[in-house]
Design a binder for this molecule. Structure first.
Ligand SMILES: [Zn+2]
Ligand SMILES: [Zn+2]
Length: 329
């Protein structure tokens, strides 16, 4: 099968013919239709995440069709079904995190497109228990960004509690989706983009943001919570200064530049800084059900599989008007 392979960080992915995987016990073989590109893929390619499997097929927002199943499949999935494969590939099921509803924190977890091969390829295998059934009425490339941008955005939004005035820093794929969920829940969205990104700000307003401006601008009103999707540590104290007493600043990225020191008074008043890590299967089920009701619409920029490096470059350059997806023909 054709795959885009990361041999070593800081090198372009290589188009290669690799052996088609076979499903083992409990696994599905999925013929990939689309895999969306995530900022985490960029962090991996740039060597910013520790100990990836190498060589690696990246990609963890996979939509495809079940072509074969291994033995002992306990879920109701059948050959021909369309399924989603997310970042969380497997957990141990026994540790204190797994047994307390926090499988996202499992120390023995495996991650798609990081510690096991992912979706920049024609086929992938996945543990059936961690795949999601996907709704009808949405195209595969439209669904792919739900699987990380959507899920992580959803988990970050839940971490913000019942905040009404919601700041969102970094207006990429996750922010596009979470803004739609937040408006559906009648929250007010204040969107902070890169300074001068007038197009991004117009985009945010079109999605229903009450206000949009640069991340160097103060919020026009006190925020109840802020979600940080931009990997910029300096935004943590900036967001804290915009958040009302008792409010949370939720860091949703897997990697961020160092957070500069700031006076304790900025945190005082029961403000909180929290991070969101990975996802649970429960997040996935809840989000997919909610996303159908909203309904979430995503805008994608399509690339053929072979142009994965161009898609990553466009994400790095901030020039994408939508989520980059790799369409696998
Ligand atoms: Zn565990
Ligand atoms: Zn991701």
């Amino acid at each position: 099968m054709r795959a885009m392979v990361l041999d070593k960080p800081k090198q372009p992915l290589q188009l290669r013919d690799v052996e088609k995987p076979r499903p083992a016990k409990g696994q599905l073989l999925v013929r990939i239709a689309t895999c969306a590109v995530c900022r985490t893929d960029l962090h991996l390619a740039d060597g910013e995440l520790p100990d990836p499997k190498l060589p690696l097929i990246p990609g963890h927002q996979i939509v495809g069709y079940v072509e074969d199943v291994g033995s002992d499949i306990s879920s109701s999935v059948a050959i021909g079904d369309r399924v989603g494969i997310p970042w969380l590939a497997r957990t141990c099921g026994r540790c204190r995190y797994c047994t307390s509803g926090r499988e996202n924190l499992c120390d023995a977890a495996l991650f798609t497109g990081y510690t096991v091969n992912g979706g920049y390829a024609q086929y992938a295998i996945a543990d059936a228990r961690y795949c999601f059934q996907l709704p009808e009425g949405f195209a595969s490339d439209e669904l792919a960004p739900w699987l990380c941008a959507g899920l992580i955005g959803y988990r970050a939004l839940r971490a913000a509690g019942d905040a009404i005035r919601l700041g969102i820093y970094g207006f990429g794929a996750a922010a596009h989706i979470v803004t739609q969920v937040a408006r559906h829940e009648r929250r007010d969205v204040f969107a902070f983009t890169r300074p001068g990104d007038v197009a991004g700000q117009a985009d945010a307003r079109a999605l229903g943001a009450a206000w949009a401006g640069g991340s160097d601008e103060p919020a026009p009103d006190e925020l109840d919570a802020a979600l940080l999707f931009a990997p910029v540590g300096a935004l943590v104290p900036a967001a804290l200064r915009s958040v009302a007493k008792g409010g949370a600043v939720v860091c949703a990225g897997i990697h961020m530049s160092d957070i500069p020191s700031f006076p304790y008074a900025t945190l005082w008043g029961e403000r909180r800084v929290v991070s969101v890590a990975n996802l649970t299967r429960r997040d996935g089920r809840e989000f997919i059900a909610l996303a159908q009701r909203v309904p979430i619409r995503t805008r994608v920029a399509s690339y053929p599989l072979e142009r994965a490096n161009d898609a990553l470059a466009a994400l790095r350059g901030g020039t994408l008007a939508g989520t980059a997806v790799l369409n696998v023909a």
